[in-house]
Design a protein around this ligand. Structure first.
Ligand code: PHE
Ligand code: CO
Length: 276
């Protein structure tokens, strides 16, 4: 069955992936033979650059799990990763042609399947790409799926997403994803570190998020997070800081139904600093 391509917002840009290859659940086989030597080189160079920036900036759990991705000098095969990942936490990665709609996305997560875009950026996009590609999805998201607490949180998020869809609250819940899974910071004993994939896969934002005096860094609060708008095309102006994945798991465990009801008509706060 053919599926509709998905783009961010009201973008004029055509979608990058080939959605004709996707099944009804939006997944597709990783077309490994389609990667060129240039694609593998792009992956290797992105990996090398990013790995060098991790000490002192990425959280310990991420650094500990990164070697589980295996090869770094070429694009890994999804099966190679799955052999280790399924043993570690029961998760599995599945190929997708790009962004997918809410319900199929949440359904995959609820079943401990993480969608990974199977194509890689062009050499001229080496420093910046708006859409997630295989480097963002693989390097940014997959390592923490090897962490048991974080892995469980991702499944709960998927189940919560299906519930939010029924309550027409996906926009509120998407802010939670944005400020945690994509752009979350964590306080370790030895300092502030990144655990969000959007930070960990970006050389500029990794340094900025952890070290710059510019952005505001707020303690993690569900209501504050869900009320805060975000920008997809610049470094974040606000980050939310957790003390542990356990805290994230526990603070997101309560029923969000009353929270959604309360926030439905609350004004959205700007992505940046708010006057006291
Ligand atoms: N507890 C949330 C609810 O009841 C679901 C959820 C869990 C959402 C974890 C995000 C992360 O809707
Ligand atoms: Co992402």
């Amino acid at each position: 069955m053919a599926v509709e391509p998905v783009v961010y917002g009201a973008s004029e840009r055509p979608p990058r992936g080939d959605y004709a290859r996707a099944d009804a659940d939006y997944t597709c086989a990783q077309d490994y033979a389609a990667y060129t030597q240039a694609d593998h080189d792009t992956y290797r160079r992105l990996y090398e650059r990013q790995e060098a920036l991790l000490p002192g900036r990425a959280c310990d759990a991420f650094i500990a799990a990164l070697p589980s991705l295996g090869v770094k000098d070429r694009i890994p095969r999804f099966e190679e990763i799955n052999a280790r990942l399924s043993k570690a936490t029961g998760w599995e990665i599945v190929g997708v042609p790009g962004l997918i709609p809410e319900v199929p996305f949440f359904t995959l997560l609820a079943n401990r399947k993480f969608p990974v875009t199977d194509w890689i950026r062009k050499p001229e996009e080496f420093d910046y790409i708006v859409e997630p590609d295989i480097f963002h999805d693989m390097f940014g998201h997959v390592p923490l799926l090897f962490n048991p607490v974080f892995a469980d949180h991702m499944q709960e998020y998927g189940k919560g997403g299906l519930k939010a869809h029924g309550l027409d609250a996906c926009e509120l819940l998407s802010r939670l994803y944005w400020y945690t899974v994509e752009f979350g910071l964590i306080r370790q004993e030895d300092g502030l570190r990144a655990y969000g994939a959007g930070i960990l896969s970006s050389p500029g934002e990794l340094q900025y998020a952890v070290e710059s005096p510019e952005p505001q860094r707020l303690p993690f609060d569900i209501q504050r997070v869900m009320r805060t708008a975000y920008k997809i095309d610049s470094y974040q102006q606000t980050y939310f800081v957790i003390d542990s994945f356990r805290e994230l798991f526990e603070k997101t465990a309560p029923d969000f139904t009353p929270v959604y009801a309360q926030l439905r008509d609350a004004p959205v706060l700007p992505a940046g600093r708010v006057a006291a």
